[in-house]
Write a protein of this length. Structure first.
Length: 650
């Protein structure tokens, strides 16, 4: 990015021929911003065909390889740039050198197409857009980004490279964003996402390294790039009976939207049929919804609904039991059944469906919208308008010690689905051997998810990583039972990690308590903790409907908390259940604070009931009268949910 106007202009092909040798070595704030914003917005690419038009040295293809994509193809007009891409990716992708007006792609052959920092080089974009439209399958997405034309014109930005002492400007074509959107629409592509983000602290560092901090401060309020997601038309099967179902909303507006751990923009989310229909930031200047069923969230940070990778929902009313310092979980189980037998029996008298509902409410209160319940899926409860989404299609076994046939259950799990099992839940030698026993049965592979794994030694950890298996980390439960948990330096080495709350029998409280434990007690970087309850948790659980992110086409699962000006990752560890002001599940309001409730439409609040949690009132969508009526039959005195006193009413 340069501001000199006394330059000699060269073609894109020649310009990138000159640039190829140094392109990957240069710190580029434009590319930093684009990746930081775009990466969390990409759909799940497992099993998809992806094309990168203008792939250059393969920066995006390299970032996406190894994530289960079916095919990666890169197209660029510079042979020199492609040579670097081939050296970087080897057989992981195929490459074609071609001009952008004659893109060699088969009809309906791609699910996702990236076209980044390309369109302004193309003399006739309509030709390229028509080719993209034909290449995309129904429902496929084009992600289009480029230098912001108005900002570039205001600050006299020029793209190019220095050859000896002369700056070689690469020839570009000026078009307004409105003109670009109109061209896309004329080819049948539908704008679903429109962002015009500004530089952030990550890019500030790059400017500072180059001695341009003053310039950064001058331009920081201007959007340096734009980003569009465009889709082909598709008829999507309705997920709900009717668009005006009780509690549903059409979107949220004017909140700050968390697009990733370090990225947030003020804008609007449109919702249709339980899914995110569109995302638009305030800078883009698009029409803002004024529907009464679109919630105004000025002053709030909007986060994706959290994912709890491990819970035993039926134990939500139980107190924490045990004294700690056990060698393994069986020692703990024997101890509590000996010393707390009456208390356990009393709680077990509460009907199981009631206990499962309380487990769902415990998760809802802290912003969880998707949970993995480590027990059989109860269709009569979870399929009946349950308060959170419960993982359904997976295999599981409790543990090797309690289920000798655990390996058989793994082999019986349908291909491609996750298999969850407690393993190495202890600190003794027998716990450390369990990973090897599981491997000998053929039950350790990339679809295996180990819960706890605390007892694994260095060889066991190496085996788990080599298998590509996932790990669920429940730090406060580990600390209570065994006086230790895996340190972050060890946790970060595993391929896929997610946080789980476990049950109140051993855990500190809820999933937000685990977040705080991981970040504040165990010094886990906030960006990693954020990922462990959002996007990475979704990958670990094999979720494919946009869970764990605010993403076009994904489930409209979101939560809102007061915006204190921090990044999403910095905000999350500071939250408790008292800070969760709104929870939306599939476009439906499941929880609202009294303040938020006042701004909701009559339809959105219909069916909500007040629940007091340690004096904090939350309106939630649950059969509270029934649940309290059934619970007080067996428990006298206050009712504790995850260690917190709950009462009916505000």
């Amino acid at each position: 990015m340069a501001t000199s106007s006394s330059t000699s202009c060269v073609s894109p092909s020649y310009g990138y021929q000159l640039w190829a040798g140094s392109y990957d070595r240069e710190s580029n704030p434009m590319l930093s911003l684009e990746r930081r914003i775009l990466e969390p917005l990409l759909p799940r690419i497992e099993g998809l065909d992806l094309v990168d038009i203008g792939c250059g040295t393969g920066r995006w293809l390299d970032a996406l390889k190894g994530k289960g994509v079916r095919s990666l193809r890169g197209i660029d007009l510079s042979r020199e740039m492609l040579n670097h891409a081939r050296a970087k990716l080897g057989d992981a992708a195929t490459f074609v050198c071609a001009d952008y007006v004659d893109v060699p792609l088969d009809e309906a052959s791609a699910d996702v197409i990236l076209c980044n920092f390309v369109l302004s080089y193309v003399a006739d974009p309509v030709v390229l857009l028509n080719a993209v439209r034909k290449t995309l399958r129904p429902g496929g997405s084009l992600f289009l980004s480029d230098v912001h034309p108005e900002t570039a014109r205001k600050w006299n930005w020029r793209r190019g490279i220095r050859e000896q002492s002369e700056f070689r400007e690469i020839r570009t074509h000026y078009r307004t964003i409105e003109e670009i959107i109109n061209m896309c629409s004329d080819t049948g592509l539908i704008v679903r996402l429109h962002l015009e983000p500004q530089f952030g602290r990550q890019e500030r560092t790059i400017f500072e390294e180059h001695g341009k901090l003053t310039y950064f401060n001058e331009i920081r309020s201007y959007p340096p790039i734009y980003l569009l997601q465009l889709t082909t038309p598709v008829k999507r099967k309705r997920l709900v009976p009717a668009p005006d179902r009780t509690g549903s909303i059409t979107g949220v507006r004017r909140g700050r939207l968390a697009l990733g751990p370090d990225a947030a923009v003020r804008g609007e989310i449109g919702i249709l049929d339980a899914r995110v229909q569109s995302i638009r930031d305030a800078v883009s200047g698009g029409p803002s919804s004024r529907s009464e069923s679109c919630i105004d969230l000025s002053g709030y940070l909007v986060l994706p609904g959290l994912i709890n990778a491990h819970d035993h929902l039926e134990f939500a009313l139980f107190p924490r039991l045990g004294k700690g310092n056990y060698a393994n979980f069986l020692d703990w189980a024997e101890d509590i059944h000996r010393t707390h037998a009456c208390e356990i029996a009393l709680h077990r008298q509460i009907p199981k469906d009631v206990r499962l509902w309380w487990g769902g409410i415990r998760n809802l209160l802290c912003g969880v919208t998707t949970v993995c319940h480590h027990n059989p899926y109860d269709t009569e409860v979870f399929d009946q308008d349950f308060v959170v989404r419960v993982l359904k299609d997976f295999g599981w076994a409790h543990s090797l010690r309690l289920e000798p046939g655990a390996a058989l259950k793994k082999l019986e799990t349908p291909e491609g689905r996750r298999f969850f099992i407690h393993l190495a839940e202890g600190v003794d030698g027998r716990s450390s051997e369990e990973i090897f026993a599981l491997d000998r049965t053929g039950a350790l592979d990339p679809n295996t998810v180990i819960i706890h794994g605390l007892g694994m030694d260095a060889k066991g950890g190496t085996l788990l990583r080599a298998a590509g298996a996932g790990l669920v980390w429940c730090p406060s439960s580990n600390l209570f039972l065994f006086g230790k948990t895996m340190p972050f330096d060890e946790i970060r080495r595993f391929p896929t990690v997610a946080l789980g709350s476990d049950s109140p029998l051993t855990a500190r409280g809820d999933l937000l308590d685990e977040v705080r434990c991981a970040q504040q007690v165990l010094r886990t970087p906030s960006a990693h903790v954020y990922d462990y309850v959002t996007d990475q948790a979704a990958r670990l659980m094999g979720l494919k409907n946009g869970e764990g992110a605010l993403r076009v086409g994904g489930f409209a699962d979101l939560i809102a908390a007061r915006d204190v000006g921090l990044t999403p990752a910095e905000t999350l560890p500071a939250l408790s259940y008292q800070d969760v002001q709104l929870v939306v599940l599939g476009g439906r309001v499941q929880l609202a604070s009294p303040e938020i409730k006042q701004s909701l439409s009559k339809n959105a609040v219909k069916g909500l009931q007040p629940l007091s949690v340690e004096g904090t009132t939350r309106w939630i969508r649950a059969p509270l009268n029934f649940l309290f009526e059934q619970t007080v039959r067996y428990l006298s005195g206050p009712i504790y949910l995850g260690g917190k006193v709950v009462r009916l009413g505000g």
